[in-house]
Write a protein that binds this ligand. Structure first.
Ligand code: UD1
Length: 417
């Protein structure tokens, strides 16, 4: 277990280039399996989850070369269609390989994926969409065995716009000739990024980001060179750190259009937000004004991944804010740790009510999941004195060199010896 010491209570001043998107690169890495030639993925962030995806690709017979920025995946020799349970458990996105393996081999065997413990996180929407497309599913001692007997291109409607289910359908349908309409898909920027990558490989997909995606697949997907979009959740993390601590922070290589909801809420809170083409500047006095309600919703609503981050940013707000979490039932684990720092937060069912306090103090806290852990780092930096944050490996699943990034913003952090 790695622990990071944060010496907080000082404003942040600095600039940072935002990493490539974790939630984009993981389905894109799965998609490389569909090609018959090498693919070059640029802006590929060096994360534990990305390393886990490399391990899965290698296990399936691909070769991967990575220099910390560009990954070259050669899927030519891929031959296996089974992912061992220990690799499946390493992260949630292992489930993306289901659609990719079905697209490449017409069969796949996986077990239930791991990832952040945010609730039950079933995959029933993925499985029912795949079965509508002609995939036969059999559960056998914890394994899910899938066989594509006869592809049935058609209209598939998702009952809920699941990000992962949308990606699995796109991955399968991109690799098989025929046209499928996906109704009520997820609309996240990462879905658009996957569409763009699959189109670079020779698929014909239109409509990602809207209520309907039309997928025309091709059996001849080829290699390509592609640059992953900036990570909007990482950008939100550093923006929220600036709001929590006060000061001025400039984020480079961001896409403000992917952060519309967060930036709107911050402006409502009186934070000075300036946007340029690919930059965001945050200027804050460290005590944002309260807004009545922040409710998490599928994109373009307020993202559930930013809920813990924004909550950390408003622990010292002037007034009270209700956070209503509608996506994951177990996404308030950071709240108990905030209380150790002197925060005033009450949980009532799926609501967390934050009453802003004047000051927070450092404490020993423990990360239980990725974004909750990042939220604790933000709270630690806005608290006076030393905070020791344990469980940093959760954070390292999604943030490239979090210690260096925070230092670039002027924070004082050091690894616990
Ligand atoms: C993705 C993101 C994650 C983000 C989430 C919601 C990646 C790697 N992860 O996760 O960071 O928090 O979107 O924006 O991109 N659900 C079902 N059945 C299913 C699938 C989902 O009931 O078959 C439920 C989930 O339990 C959850 C909700 O739908 O309550 C959203 O899940 P989904 O959109 O699928 O999220 P992920 O793809 O797991």
């Amino acid at each position: 277990m790695r622990s990071l010491n944060l010496y907080g209570g000082e404003p942040l001043h600095g600039e940072l280039t935002v990493q490539g998107s974790k939630n984009s690169v993981l389905p894109i890495l799965a998609a490389t399996l569909l090609s018959r030639e090498p693919c070059e993925i640029h802006n590929c962030p060096d994360l534990l989850d990305v390393r886990a995806a490399f391990e899965i690709l290698e296990n399936l017979g691909c070769t991967v070369q990575y220099d910390g920025e560009t990954a070259v995946v050669d899927p030519t020799a891929a031959s296996r269609s089974v992912i061992p349970d220990e690799l499946m458990r390493k992260m949630r996105s292992s489930v993306m390989f289901l659609g990719a393996m079905l697209g490449r081999f017409g069969r796949a065997c996986i077990s239930y994926p791991g990832g952040c413990e945010l609730g039950a996180r079933p995959i029933d929407i993925h499985l029912s969409a795949l079965s509508r497309l002609g995939v036969e599913l059999r559960e056998d001692g914890g394994d899910i065995r899938c066989l594509l007997r006869r592809y049935l291109p058609q209209t598939v409607t998702l009952m809920f716009p699941s990000v992962g289910a949308t990606e699995n359908v796109m991955l399968l349908c991109a690799a098989i000739p025929g046209e499928t309409l996906l109704i009520h898909p997820a609309r996240e920027p990462e879905i658009v990024d996957l569409q763009n990558f699959l189109n670079c490989m020779g698929a014909e997909i239109r409509g990602a980001g809207s209520d309907c995606i039309r997928i025309r697949g091709s059996a001849q997907l080829h290699g390509c060179s592609y640059t992953v979009i900036p990570d909007r959740i990482a950008a939100a993390t550093y923006a929220c750190a600036a709001v929590a601590c006060g000061g001025e922070v400039l984020l480079h290589k961001t896409e403000p259009g992917h952060l519309l909801m967060l930036l709107a809420v911050l402006r409502d809170m009186g934070v000075d937000v300036k946007e340029d083409e690919d930059q965001i500047r945050i200027i804050s006095d460290g005590r944002p004004d309260a807004v009545p309600l922040v409710k998490t919703l599928p994109y373009p609503g307020f993202p559930t991944d930013m809920q813990p981050l924004l909550m950390a940013a408003v622990l010292k707000a002037r007034g009270s804010i209700v956070f209503n979490e509608t996506i994951f039932e177990n996404r308030f684990k950071h709240v108990g740790e905030f209380l150790r720092m002197g925060a005033d937060v009450r949980i009532e069912g799926m609501n967390a009510i934050v009453n802003g306090v004047r000051r927070l103090h450092g404490a020993k806290v423990q990360a239980a999941d990725l974004r909750g852990g990042a939220a604790l780092a933000i709270a630690g930096l806005s608290a006076e004195g030393k905070t020791t944050l344990g469980g940093v490996e959760h954070i390292e699943r999604g943030y490239v060199a979090i210690d260096k990034a925070l230092t670039e913003l002027g924070a004082k952090v050091a690894w616990e010896p």
